[in-house]
Design a protein around this ligand. Structure first.
Ligand SMILES: [Cu+2]
Length: 159
C-alpha cells in the first residue's frame, strides 16, 4: 500500500515533466508576443518617420466635407471623422471591408481586419487609421436611410 506515496512522488515527477512540456509553448507565446509588438511598432516608426497624416472629414446634414478624400497608396493615413450635425451619421465604404484598420474613438481602440461602418452620434469624433494599397476611386456614403440620397456621399481617391 506504499504505492500511494510513490504515486505522489510520481505526481511530482509528472508535474516536472509537465513543466518541461510547457516551456516550448511559453517560448512560442513569447515569440508571438514579440511579433505582435514588432507589428505594432512598425507602423508607429513609419508614421514618426514620415509625419502623421490626418485627414479631417466632417459629417453634417447632409454632406461629407471634403466629399473627395485623396490618399496616396502605401502611405498610412488617419481619417478623422467629426459629426458636426444634429443627427447621427455614419461612414461606409467597400474599400475598407478587407483592409486592416485601427479605429480610435472616445475611450476606444479597435484593431480590426476590416471595417463595415463607423457610426457617430452628433458631436462625436472617431479616427480610422489604415494603409491604402489599392489605387482607384471608391465611393463612400452615409448609409443611414435617406442620407446618401440627400447628398451624403463622396469618393476616396487613391493614387
Ligand atoms: Cu448621415
Amino acid at each position: 500500500m506504499e504505492a500511494r506515496p510513490t504515486a505522489g512522488t510520481l505526481g511530482a515527477t509528472g508535474s516536472r515533466s509537465l513543466r518541461g512540456t510547457r516551456r516550448p509553448p511559453r517560448r512560442a507565446w513569447t515569440t508571438r508576443a514579440v511579433c505582435v509588438l514588432l507589428l505594432l511598432a512598425l507602423p508607429a516608426v513609419r508614421t514618426a518617420a514620415e509625419g502623421p497624416r490626418s485627414v479631417r472629414v466632417e459629417m453634417s446634414e447632409f454632406a461629407f466635407r471634403p466629399a473627395v478624400v485623396r490618399l496616396r497608396a502605401g502611405d498610412g493615413v488617419r481619417l478623422v471623422f467629426v459629426n458636426r450635425g444634429q443627427l447621427a451619421h455614419q461612414f461606409e465604404t467597400g474599400y475598407l471591408r478587407r483592409v486592416p484598420v485601427t479605429v480610435v474613438g472616445a475611450g476606444l481602440h479597435i484593431d480590426a481586419p476590416g471595417l463595415d461602418v463607423v457610426r457617430l452620434d452628433p458631436g462625436a469624433t472617431a479616427a480610422v487609421a489604415f494603409v491604402p494599397r489599392v489605387r482607384g476611386r471608391f465611393p463612400f456614403a452615409c448609409t443611414i436611410e435617406g442620407h446618401r440620397e440627400a447628398g451624403m456621399q463622396g469618393t476616396i481617391e487613391v493614387r
